[in-house]
Design a protein around this ligand. Structure first.
Ligand code: C2O
Ligand code: CU
Length: 465
């Protein structure tokens, strides 16, 4: 019987069962429409950069933010009104593999004018994002992403919930996105494509509002292609509540700048002091200079208050790491790039020397293999414990991202109890990561300095039952 018919019958009273509502038996999955489309942004940039006031043409969507409920199934109908094919990836959200949105691995790209329905039930509450995963180095640079918040089943108490989505864009002399530089191999071999204007929430130096005495939940996301963001907030009490969407068991006090690789997120708690009225700059710290990226305008205090110690976010249902020897232990040797020692690598099943690799736009490799190989890095079964020692054998930092999983890392850079889906590695770093193999499917492992991914730093693990 179709749902429509059930509703008709129920309307006629024929299905009336005391105490049981029809809705409880035929739950409707809410459907959101997400239209991907070109958009225009007004950025008035002073100081040498374009300032003629013409809007900048980007790629975006009909929504500024996706807000979902934990454990609640949802259908997201993506309507592609862009001039290029695309996919959307739900970064950090544990989804069925067929919904992971990796063009060429988990789905075919959605053609222009096409539609695709993503079905997900977010198991974890937290701060995530959705972004294009097709020609990502170009589509991300054009702005094809949006922040995604999964709300806790029980709301967490803070006076304000403020997003800080950091991004880095490159504008040309005409004030428009510089698209000629997309695909520049020199940049791909170095730190990736850097921009010349920083934005917060897709605005240039926005003014954010708050009130003195407030306790603010700040959700910070680095949505840049390649730039590592070094966020300097006003010097007030700050705690880290969650990293990459996974809560810490206890809020951790934080002082000094917060460093975020592309794709990393932090949920912070910021206590604005009762005498904090005024205008406060938020900076990105770049080699010795500080760039104001936003301003926090703090209003006079509404009422005096007494603060208690911050409480942790409710834990997500992420399986704990079992205390036993890993079922799989392997190394991932990251090589290549400028000033690196890569001489040859396997690309599409063939051993190529460095000149041939560059002709194929490849300049980085994982375990001697560039680009997405036919064979996975690893085959594992759901529930198995995996340890991969990542070795950054290059002269560049990298932000390593594993799809569909969170992992723990033994890194001097982070406290050991954090969960990550993306991990910043400095050159020379050797970092063992550990995770429990999740659900069946093909899960990507790549550098989120997206030009590095495009130029070879990508592999995948196969979870089989
Ligand atoms: Cu955020 Cu494979 O990506
Ligand atoms: Cu990289």
């Amino acid at each position: 019987m179709k749902r429509r018919d059930l509703i008709k019958l129920s309307a006629m009273g024929l299905l009336a069962v005391p105490g049981i509502s029809l809705a409880a038996r035929v739950p409707a999955v809410p459907r959101l429409q997400l239209e991907l489309r070109p958009e225009q942004r007004h950025w008035f940039v002073s100081g040498g950069a374009p300032s003629d006031g013409a809007p900048v043409a980007l790629w975006g969507s009909n929504l500024d933010l996706l807000r979902l409920r934990q454990h609640q199934p949802v259908e997201i109908e993506v309507i592609n009104n862009l001039p290029d094919e695309t996919t959307l990836h739900w970064h950090g959200i544990r989804v069925d593999n067929a919904m992971d949105g990796v063009s060429g691995l988990t789905q075919a790209p959605i053609p222009p004018r096409g539609r695709f329905v993503y079905r997900l039930t977010p198991p974890d509450a937290g701060t995530f994002w959705a972004h294009a995963h097709h020609r990502t180095y170009e589509q991300l640079a054009r702005g094809l992403y949006l922040p995604l918040i999964v709300d806790e089943a029980e709301p967490y108490t803070a006076d304000r919930d403020q997003l800080l989505v950091l991004d880095d864009w490159r504008l040309g002399k005409d004030g428009q996105l510089d698209t000629d530089s997309l695909g520049d191999m020199h940049e791909w071999a170095h730190g990736g494509r850097m921009g010349n204007i920083l934005t917060v929430n897709r605005q240039h130096r926005p003014q954010l509002k708050a009130r003195a005495g407030e306790r603010v939940r700040l959700r910070v996301l680095n949505a840049a292609n390649a730039r590592i963001m070094v966020l300097q907030l006003p010097d007030w009490p700050i705690w880290i509540l969650a990293k990459d969407g996974q809560p810490l068991s206890a809020p951790r006090e934080h002082a000094g700048p917060l460093v975020l690789s592309p794709a990393e997120r932090y949920d912070l708690l910021l206590d604005i002091p009762p005498n904090g009225e005024g205008s406060h700059s938020i900076y990105h710290l770049a080699n010795e200079s500080q760039i104001e990226i936003a301003r926090l305008l703090v209003d006079a205090q509404a009422a005096p208050l007494v603060r208690s110690a911050p409480v942790p976010l409710a834990a997500n249902p992420l399986p704990a790491l079992p205390a036993r020897a890993p079922d799989h232990r392997l190394q991932l040797d990251m090589t290549g790039g400028a000033m690196g020692s890569l001489r040859q690598a396997v690309y599409r099943g063939q051993m190529l020397n460095i000149d041939e690799l560059v002709q194929q736009r490849q300049i980085w490799a994982f375990n001697g293999s560039a680009g997405l190989a036919e064979q996975p890095l690893l085959r594992a079964r759901p529930g198995e414990l995996v340890e991969i020692e990542l070795h950054n054998n290059t002269r560049w930092p990298h932000g390593m991202h594993l799809h569909g999983h969170h992992f723990q890392a033994e890194s001097a850079r982070y406290p050991s109890d954090l969960w990550h889906d993306t991990l910043l590695m400095a050159r020379g770093d050797r970092v063992p990561i550990r995770f429990v193999a999740g659900t069946q499917g093909r899960w990507l492992l790549h550098c989120h300095m997206i030009e590095h991914q495009a130029a070879g730093m990508v592999s995948w693990i196969d979870i089989v039952v």
